[in-house]
Design a binder for this molecule. Sequence first.
Ligand code: F6R
Length: 240
Amino acid sequence: MKLIILENAQQIAEQVSEIFIEQVNAKKNSVLGFATGASPVPTYELLVKAYEQGKLSLKDITTFNLDEYCGIPASCEQSYRTFMFENLFGKTDVDPEKVNFLNGNAADFAAECREYEGKIAAAGGIDIQLLGVGVNGHIGFNEPSDKITDIPFAVELTDSTKQANSRYFEDGKVPDYALTMGIGDIMRAKKIVLIATGDSKKNAVKAIRDGEISSQCPATFLRLHPDAVVFADKAAAALL
Ligand code: F6R
């Protein structure tokens, strides 16, 4: 794992968007794993800009999002599907037929998760998985726990995560459950890029570099990946 500390979120976005642009320009039908939340937004803005300037086409990529809430309509403002269309897919030529999300309203979560796993495998695996990190060290919605997860699964969100994400919900009420890729899915990506920005991520970044590798801090598993790059801004790297 490589750790790169830059001045601010914009500098990180410049480098991360370049990684994605190079990947797609080298392999038009790349399989890309995307994250939602605040961390990737500046990167998505730069990918949209590259598309508008004719430097990037995403029309042949296949996408897999990391996670989705359970029990809210896919079309509502807070769903991760809506987020991706508002921030990236709807502003570029991503083919809506080639985007994949876990269905948080599936009747049978276990079957939904197995099917998602099958689709990732059938696509040939993920070329680059983009990640943010939770203040508690979660990646995707792999919350601190005593088990390592492999394939997608349904998870009960922790109070820490609900608190952090309540800003996106008008009534502050975050769903109790989500579906998420497992640690195994993330680790099977050929390359992983994690973005950590802001003071609230400083404990997570310290743990990623120095903490015990443990399911109690899922982001620490990145140290075992042969091609993982963690980008932290000065604030997130304050404890290093
Ligand atoms: C989102 C996801 C989460 C976020 C994490 C950080 O798809 O998988 O793990 O990356 O909660 O969120 P932000 O970037 O909003 O601080």
